[in-house]
Design a protein around this ligand. Structure first.
Ligand code: NAD
Ligand code: ZN
Length: 242
């Protein structure tokens, strides 16, 4: 921990990259593992672009559960620590999460690689709506439709879809230019998010991982902080500011 605190003090540009593990202490289950949604649903049947085209109503059983889980979740103290890192050189938060908790906590520089549950999108006419405006109906199992008649979807990246290219370009640029990358709560198996830390390292950055267990990326890390994201980030900030 002390070495990481020193690395934060020295860093000119910091990037934080987060996955589902960041939100576990806010009550949102990750996809993989025993309580994960993927142990209850087959992603290709429920969250792929082909599934949505052939049976949007069926996909909405999963979308509704995700919105229910994320919409009223509150960011834990680790999120506030990430906001506070902006005072110490944080230039970007790159997240695979779709729950919007970084923004809810007040982070300004968030790049959402997999989109967000907070917006709804019509694939036919491009119309967008705020999930917030329709959340009561959604939780009563009403499926949101666009004025053009099409079933809307959350503005998240479904299996089989490309990532948002502009966001991805900004993420690569932040990673290539950072001097410290902190990778938090991701199993490091989903590409391209999993290769962000290695790209940072190749560009000369120090890379740090925060996770409750080791991942395929751990051997490549300069430092591994084992523990829950919230606990580790709060401790990091306390030491940094003491
Ligand atoms: P993942 O489920 O594959 O991995 C979660 C990782 O977090 C694991 O390595 C696990 O060891 C670690 N972890 C668990 N609890 C932790 C804690 N308290 N503190 C620190 N680490 C902890 O998730 P992923 O790598 O993000 O990739 C899966 C995909 O799931 C992404 O595409 C993402 O969009 C999606 N997803 C998002 C949310 C969300 O928005 N909150 C939730 C579930 C899944
Ligand atoms: Zn429409």
């Amino acid at each position: 921990m002390e070495k990481v605190v020193e690395a934060v003090r020295r860093a000119e540009s910091i990037v934080v990259s987060t996955g589902a593990g960041m939100s576990v202490e806010s009550g949102i289950a990750p996809f993989r593992g025993e309580n994960g949604l993927w142990s209850k649903f087959d992603p290709h049947e429920m969250a792929s672009v082909t599934a949505f085209r052939s049976d949007p109503e069926k996909c909405w059983t999963l979308f509704k559960l995700q919105i229910e889980e994320c919409f009223y979740a509150e960011p834990h103290q680790g999120y506030s620590a990430v906001v506070a890192l902006e005072e110490h050189g944080l230039d970007a938060v790159i997240t695979q999460n779709v729950d919007g908790l970084h923004q809810k906590a007040g982070s300004e520089k968030v790049l959402e690689l997999h989109g967000t549950l907070n917006d709804l999108l019509c694939d036919s006419c491009g119309n967008q709506k705020k999930t917030e405006d329709l959340v009561d109906e959604i939780l009563e199992k009403k499926i949101p439709r666009c004025e053009c008649g099409t079933v809307m979807r959350p503005d998240v990246v479904l299996f089989g879809e490309p990532l948002p290219q502009r966001t991805l370009r900004r993420a690569w640029s932040a990673v290539e230019n950072c001097s410290l990358l902190i990778n938090i709560g991701t199993s490091a198996v989903v590409q391209p998010a999993a290769s962000l830390p290695l790209t940072a390292k190749r560009s000369g950055a120090v890379i740090v991982e925060v996770n409750v267990e080791k991942t395929p990326l751990t051997p490549s890390m300069d430092h591994f902080l084992e523990g829950k994201a919230g606990d580790v980030l709060v401790e990091l900030l306390e030491r940094l500011e003491s």
